[in-house]
Design a binder for this molecule. Structure first.
Ligand code: ADP
Length: 492
């Protein structure tokens, strides 16, 4: 068993209570690491360290170009350790090594990009209408940022927050998911070696109620950046509101993947598969509602089944595996529960529908790729996020009906459109209530492009230039350039 420590104020520490919990490998079902079980007292230490670091000349006095240089050095250091970090991610979350490796190798781009932006945070000189006055704006760091992340892509989602937060001059206290704490602790070692001053980045491990909640409520935390479920997101938003804190919320989705009769069907099949079975469906952007035009419904579903039926389940470390286990036991039970709900609602299970009986996979937390046809958009399986490899197929007649069904959801994270019709490809994205729309592709993302949901899928943007603004507050400064002070009783 590997034993980890938390990273607070530049030191590697046990929890103050001395308690631990275990982290398990989803492929074997066995614990492999011991993680400190933090609580409010550890949160207090971490937030105090982050607040001190904000005032520390070693951080506050660093020029914006200096911050950028540190971020770029972090990007270089991450690139050297990308394979190692990918292995840790897989051990904790069970996603394919091939996917986690691609992610950890891509991480550095966020640090290069925001490193480059750090010294381009510019205020404005306002051509004021008040004679004898000079007015300008400053963009200042918001302060201590609480960053709370889930288990599906820990280092990617941490970097979406950390890179812009540090570029803007903030300090950060992280709380990783209790299921996947190890990778962020390994990541913190790299941050330490690069030379960020103590307290600029802190990691407190533990459970949502014991670490996450006191962190959000801490009076010295100025902003909460959260990725996770919409239920937890709502709780955090309420707690943050009591302290008048800023928030960024990346929550769930029930994203429609819409296939029109004129689509290139073979491409659309691959897009639908990547949207729901890659990462065992454990992505917030999962294209979990497949909307298929009636004219091609049966033909398309046959093609989809032919492809999905052969998906290879297995060891996530093996390059031959296409579908790994799901990350944890409660999630496995939740997915199986939704499969039961779909059956009870009358949906027609065309593929999968349970745990595989493949020899060698008994210990792992596997769910078969599962496809339901005959789904109505009012069913729970079409409205609630499953976060697993479960696809619901809903037929539609024409474009109007496709838009109506797609938008009839509490969520608005992403949407996919498959069509060869140029007019439709250009006009339909405008009509879909989703923060990201993909046309003839799915799950494409970049550090350059803002990502974030509409409606119950969240608030604010991550990545791209929009994200930097989420970590800055604007101050307006007025200077009088006149010799005389005007009449004090009349405000002009
Ligand atoms: P998931 O199902 O993705 O784990 P959650 O939203 O439950 O979704 O968890 C995401 C993150 O939020 C995890 O790090 C979890 O520990 C944390 N968390 C859970 N409950 C709370 C809470 N009440 N306050 C703050 N953080 C929480």
């Amino acid at each position: 068993m590997q034993q980890y420590r938390m990273y607070i104020d530049g030191r590697w520490v046990e929890s103050l209570s001395g308690e631990w919990f275990e982290s398990s490998n989803p492929y074997t079902g066995l614990p492999w690491a011991r993680i400190p079980r933090g609580n409010g007292a550890d949160v207090d230490c971490a937030v105090a360290a982050a607040a001190r670091a904000l005032q520390d000349p070693a951080w506050r006095g660093l020029t914006a170009s200096g911050r950028g240089e540190l971020l770029r050095r972090l990007g270089d250091a991450l690139a050297d350790r990308a394979d190692f970090l990918a292995g840790i991610e897989v051990r904790d979350n069970g996603k394919l090594y091939a996917e986690m490796r691609a992610q950890t190798h891509y991480l550095r781009q966020w640090y290069y990009y925001y490193g480059g932006l750090a010294d381009k945070i510019e205020g404005a000189v306002i051509p004021t209408d008040k004679a004898g006055h000079f007015n300008y704006t400053r963009h200042e760091p918001v302060g201590v940022v609480a960053a709370i992340i889930p288990w599906n892509s820990p280092l990617l989602l941490a970097s979406w927050k950390l890179a812009p937060a540090l570029a803007a001059g903030n300090t950060v206290v992280f709380k990783p998911s209790e299921y996947t704490s190890a990778s962020l602790l390994e990541f913190a070692r790299i941050v330490e070696r690069v030379g960020f001053p103590p307290g600029v980045l802190n990691v407190v491990t533990g459970f949502g109620a014991e670490v996450g909640a006191p962190l959000v409520e801490h009076p010295q935390v100025a902003k909460v950046a959260f990725t996770g479920s919409d239920q937890t997101g709502r709780q955090i938003y309420q707690a943050a509101a009591r302290g008048m804190k800023r928030v960024t919320m990346e929550l769930g989705g029930k994203s429609p993947n819409i296939v029109f009769a004129d689509a290139r069907q073979d491409n659309a099949v691959k897009g639908v598969i990547s949207g729901i079975f890659a990462a065992s469906g454990q992505t917030c952007v999962a294209g979990s509602r497949l909307l298929v035009q009636r004219a091609i419904h049966d033909e398309f579903v046959d093609k989809l089944l032919a492809f999905a039926r052969h998906a290879r389940l297995g060891d996530p470390m093996s390059p031959d595996t296409q579908v790994g286990p799901v990350t944890n036991l409660p999630q496995l039970e939740k997915i199986l529960g939704y499969i039961d709900i779909a059956r009870a609602e009358g949906a027609d299970c065309l593929l999968g529908g349970g745990r595989p009986d493949t020899p060698g996979l008994e210990q792992g937390w596997f769910v078969e790729p599962t496809i339901f046809a005959g789904v109505h958009n009012r069913m729970r399986i079409a409205r609630e996020e499953v976060f697993g490899p479960v696809l619901s197929i809903i037929p539609f007649e024409d474009e109007e009906e496709a838009v109506a069904i797609a938008n009839d959801s509490p969520y608005g994270l992403a949407a996919g459109i498959w069509t060869e019709d140029l007019r439709r490809a250009l006009t339909l994205p405008d009509r879909l209530e989703a923060g990201t729309v993909w046309v003839n592709t799915y799950r494409t993302m970049s550090y350059l492009t803002p990502f974030g949901g509409f409606k119950q899928s969240g608030l604010g943007k991550e990545s791209g230039q929009d994200s930097l603004r989420e970590y800055l507050k604007v101050k307006s400064v007025w200077l009088s350039t006149t010799e005389d002070v005007p009449d004090p009783f009349v405000i002009r």
